[in-house]
Every structure is written in structure tokens, then in C-alpha cells.
Design a protein around this ligand. Structure first.
Ligand code: KG4
Ligand code: ZN
Length: 347
């Protein structure tokens, strides 16, 4: 059985995982820097890099321990080399190169967004015979929604994607983070908006928001919703003047607007391209309203990773890395980081 060690340090999580057979999680250690970056209201790349340097060795050792494997059990090392923050990516890539060189293992480079998609193939069992999960059927329409990206792609076959649309301005997660700041909720914004929205009551009026459909395309745009939210907050007297009831109502209105557009376009694409399923991926895929709305609106099966596997983790890099490795995609020793790598290159 092939056992991969995978590393992921593209943003503010230092993470290492051990994956068997391309999909079974033997371990998945995630060291988050959330508390460190919170007081800056966003991720500071140099601080992230420093914490990755501090954390990467213990995290890798913990991943091997949790999986009960040794270096000699490993068949390959996979690492996310982009997209992401340059100083942060460097740490994971150099660590992976060092391990591969020292232990004579192939080095596999993985696109972070492809990793998010492949989180849908992961199963949380150590035992080969206990695989119960149904792997997604292709072609699939994939909605990848993270802090830096919002992409709708069709995955015709493994490792093959065609871009249908992407955001023209803010990524979905970025919009959640910015609106959370506007509402005085803090960072990272997605989970805080979701929690505030859950407290919304019918008594409190929600601000009217126009859904940015951009008809005739599968592109997205969220900056207008964000500006509209700013106007509503200003009209209410600014962030400090918002009552908890207003914050909840505003969060609920914003969240539903974004979710409706994401779900509407994804279902339309699944229909048009006769997808056999829809795959949800990326940090924003942890959002309960998005998960529920998509699951009930879609005419085909919807697969989504468990919540802990939606946000950044190395297990997903292991799942994608395994497919890349099987397809013969082994990186050279001069592998570079690729901070603005795309999942699908545009002509
Ligand atoms: O994929 P990810 O962990 O990192 C990137 O690759 O960017 O995504 C992080 C993003 C952040 O913008 C965060 O606010 C958002 O995912 N997020 C959520 C939720 N959990 C994380 N957005 C909405 N609802 C959530 N529950
Ligand atoms: Zn991510």
C-alpha cells in the first residue's frame, strides 16, 4: 500500500498528513496560527512564515507518530507549492525537498486548489477493508470557494479541469472576512458571520441586498455586495452603532446573498454540462448555509468534505498528490514555489 507524507503551508496553517492508498487518512495534524493573526485582522505573511519554520518539524513528527509509520514506510512526499503566500509556501516546499532528498523519495508538487477538490476523495478510516465512502462520479462541477479564490470548474476526468467562471473581484471567503470586519465581528470572518447569522430573528429587519447574478456568465462578483453592506452600516451610524440584533440580521442577509449566487450558478452549470455530481471545496465550503442550500437545490448528488477537511489541511494535498504521482507527475529538485498558480490556466 502506498503511503504518502503531505505538507501544506500556503497560508496560516502548518500542516502535515499521512495518507494511505491515496485517500485513507492515517494522520492529519493542523497547527493553526489564527490567534496570532487575529489582532492584525488578517494574515501577515512574514509572521506566518516564521511560525511555519517553528512548527513544521514538530508537525511532521507528530503526523508520522499519529499514523504509526516511520520514514522507511513512505513512498513519496507531496507538497502544496501554490497558490498562496510566498514566504509561507517556501517553508513547506523546502521541508518537502529536504525529506525527499534525505530519504530517497519522489517529490510531488500539488496545486492548493486541486488539493481542496481532492478533499472530496478522502475517507477517515485507517483500515483498507472499511472504505465505505462512494468516490465522486465524474464529470463533476466543482465550486472552489476559499479565502483567495472563487472558481467554478468542470472536472471531466481526474486532474482535468475546464474553467467555467471565477470571481472578477473579491473571493467569497475574502468577502466574508471583509464584511465581518465591517460588522465588528473579527477574524477570520466566515465562521463569525455564520454564527451571527444563526442568531438572526424575524423581528429585526434585514437590509435589502441585490444579488449579483452577472447573467450570461459563470463569473462572480462580490465587491458590490460588500459596498452595499458598507452603505447600510454607514446609514445605521457606523459599526459601533450596530446592536447585536442588527449585526445578526446584516450577517444573515449578506450570507444568504452570497450563498444564493454561488448555489444558483453551480446548479445551472451542473445542469448545462450534465454533471454526474457537484463537488464543493475550499474554506467557505465549511459554511452550513451554503452546504444546506446547495444540497437541497441540486438535482444531482452533492459531495462535500467534512467541515474540518474544508479549511486548509495537508490530507487534501496527499489525496491530490497521490493522483499526480500515479499520473507520473514527479517534480524536479529545482521545484519553485508558485504563489499565483492557477488551477486552470486562462488563454
Ligand atoms: O481554504 P481556506 O482555509 O484558505 C484559503 O485557501 O484561503 O479558506 C479560508 C476562508 C476564509 O476566508 C474564511 O473566512 C472562510 O474560508 N471560511 C468560511 C467558513 N469557515 C471558513 N466562510 C464562511 N463560513 C464558514 N463557516
Ligand atoms: Zn485553502
Amino acid at each position: 500500500m502506498d503511503i504518502l507524507l503531505a505538507l501544506e503551508t500556503s497560508c496560516d496553517e502548518t500542516t502535515a498528513a499521512v495518507i494511505a492508498g491515496g485517500h485513507r487518512i492515517l494522520s492529519n495534524v493542523v497547527l493553526t496560527q489564527e490567534v496570532l493573526h487575529r489582532r492584525f485582522g488578517g494574515v501577515v505573511p512574514e509572521l506566518a512564515a516564521r511560525e511555519h519554520i517553528r512548527g513544521i518539524v514538530p508537525v511532521v513528527e507528530q503526523a508520522l507518530r499519529d499514523a504509526a509509520v516511520t520514514w522507511s514506510d513512505l513512498s513519496a512526499v507531496a507538497v502544496a507549492n501554490g497558490p498562496g503566500l510566498a514566504p509561507a509556501l517556501v517553508v513547506g516546499v523546502n521541508m518537502a525537498k529536504g525529506i525527499a532528498l534525505a530519504h530517497g523519495l519522489p517529490l510531488i508538487a500539488v496545486n492548493h486548489l486541486e488539493g481542496h477538490i481532492y478533499a472530496n476523495w478522502l475517507v477517515k478510516t485507517r483500515h483498507p477493508g472499511a472504505d465505505t465512502a462512494q468516490p465522486p462520479e465524474l464529470p463533476a462541477v466543482c465550486l472552489v470557494v476559499s479565502g483567495g479564490h472563487t472558481e467554478l470548474v468542470i472536472m471531466e476526468d481526474h486532474l482535468q479541469y475546464r474553467l467555467l467562471g471565477r470571481t472578477r473581484d473579491d473571493a467569497a471567503g475574502e468577502a466574508f472576512d471583509k464584511v465581518a470586519r465591517l460588522l465588528g465581528l473579527g477574524f477570520p470572518g466566515g465562521p463569525l458571520i455564520e454564527r451571527a447569522a444563526q442568531r438572526a430573528t424575524p423581528e429585526q429587519d434585514q437590509p435589502p441586498l441585490t444579488r449579483p447574478w452577472l447573467r450570461g456568465t459563470y463569473d462572480f462578483s462580490f465587491s458590490g455586495v460588500k459596498t452595499a453592506m458598507l452603505r447600510h452600516v454607514e446609514a445605521a451610524g457606523g459599526t459601533a452603532a450596530l446592536t447585536p440584533a442588527m449585526v445578526s440580521a446584516y450577517a444573515a442577509a449578506f450570507q444568504q446573498t452570497v450563498v444564493d449566487v454561488l448555489v444558483g450558478k453551480t446548479c445551472q452549470a451542473a445542469d448545462q454540462f450534465r454533471a454526474r455530481c457537484i463537488l464543493l471545496a475550499g474554506g467557505v465550503a465549511a459554511n452550513g448555509a451554503l452546504r444546506d442550500t446547495l444540497a437541497s437545490a441540486a438535482a444531482v448528488p452533492v459531495q462535500m468534505p467534512t467541515i474540518d477537511l474544508c479549511t486548509d489541511n495537508a490530507a487534501m494535498i496527499g489525496a491530490a498528490g497521490y493522483r499526480r504521482w500515479q499520473a507520473g507527475h514527479v517534480a524536479d529538485w529545482d521545484l519553485e514555489i508558485s504563489p499565483s498558480a492557477q488551477l486552470v490556466s486562462t488563454p
